[in-house]
Ligand binder design. Structure first.
Ligand SMILES: [Fe+2]
Length: 360
């Protein structure tokens, strides 16, 4: 991680008092070495706080720097972003905040660590239901939650509601009902059909499970290959990772055992459930103009394609070049449900999964 803040020492002290001591240690050392400790917010730089693996986004940031001349200082926060920003307060040097999962992003918004941004570039690139109405947050990529099916299964389309159909008894694999990926899906089901329907649906899904709801998303493909189940729900990007894995490796074999069907909700205009990775302008952004430049760069055709292909995610902007494996799944029609509604139902979704003993 390359961190070279030119921020007041007080801000660094606050930042380092809370979390990531190792990263802050490097930061202080760099600052001291360059003798910039009393400098005001610098021009030509932007500070990015991110929960994403640096390896995934570094090529993108390098391309931004090459194009704009603006240097990006990244601070990786595996978790504790809200706490970190809370501890830093008004002295935070964060300009852009980048997270995975709608809930994580909206937690940061709700805690007051973002500011509204009106940008024609962002608004033109990102569909309305995939950004905050007030410009407090923006999706950058989509993480669609899809059906993995035995590649030989005679099945062309699927709805999430069908998962509870008794014809799938003993044939479904899925991870824990309390994992955020599933909580988000169940929350969307509540938004579409209500809590009562969702409880009955989850009881039906539970009754169809071939094994305990546990493990990870890739285990669905593993268990389809092993003949334990025929279908399951998991994120599409894992298929990109599996199918692009070393031929002959276990992962590659799992990936080759399945096909992907993008389900939709069985409602008028319903689409495929998506989670997101996204970004927001930090509340106190000392390098505001550079922050906006970075965020707008992230929705350029070049950046969208690079970013989505690095993770096998789906670009939020239409018409951008896809990873070939992702392209083979066909076009994504993301469910138009506003993501804020999904987040609002998270708690209830978790309670219902608990009530029906989904993980037992
Ligand atoms: Fe994941």
């Amino acid at each position: 991680m390359n961190i070279r803040f030119r921020a007041p020492r007080a801000a660094l002290a606050v930042a380092c008092s809370a979390l990531l001591l190792a990263a802050c240690g490097g930061q202080q050392a760099d600052t001291a070495a360059t003798g910039d400790q009393a400098a005001p917010a610098a021009t030509g730089e932007v500070n990015l706080y991110t929960t994403r693996e640096p390896g995934l986004i570094q090529p993108l940031l390098d391309a931004f720097t090459a194009e704009s001349g603006i240097k990006v200082n990244t601070v990786l926060l595996k978790d504790g972003l809200v706490e970190r920003l809370g501890a830093e307060g008004e002295r935070s040097v964060a300009d852009v905040l980048m997270t995975v999962d709608t809930g994580n992003l909206l937690d940061v918004v709700e805690a007051g660590h973002t500011q509204a941004l009106q940008s024609e570039v962002l608004e033109a690139a990102i569909p309305q239901h995939l950004r905050g109405a007030d410009g407090q947050w923006f999706a950058l990529s989509l993480r669609d939650r899809v059906l993995y099916a035995d590649k030989d299964l005679d099945l062309e389309s699927f709805t999430y509601e069908e998962l509870s159909d008794p014809k799938w008894k003993g044939r479904v694999c899925i991870r824990s009902g309390q994992h955020p990926y599933n909580t988000s899906l169940f929350a969307a089901m509540i938004a579409h059909h209500g809590a009562e329907y969702t409880e009955q649906w989850l009881r039906g899904v539970k009754a169809n499970l071939a094994r305990k709801a546990a493990g990870g998303d890739r285990d669905v493909a593993r268990d389809i290959l092993a003949g334990i189940c025929d279908i399951g729900i998991a994120n599409a990007y894992y298929v990109g990772r599996m199918k692009n894995a070393e031929p002959g490796s276990e992962q590659h074999q799992w990936g080759e055992a399945i096909k992907v069907i993008r389900p939709s909700f069985n409602v008028e205009g319903g689409g495929t459930h998506v989670n997101i990775s996204g970004a927001a302008l930090a509340a106190h952004a000392p390098n505001r103009d550079n922050a906006v430049a970075l965020m707008e760069y992230l929705v350029s055709d070049e950046a969208q394609s690079l970013y989505a292909r690095a993770n096998y995610e789906y670009p939020v902007k239409a018409g951008v070049e896809l990873d070939p494996v992702v392209a083979s799944f066909g076009e994504l029609h993301a469910d138009p449900l506003p993501l804020g509604e999904v987040v609002a139902n998270r708690r209830e979704a978790s309670a219902i999964a608990d009530k029906v003993g989904f993980d037992n």
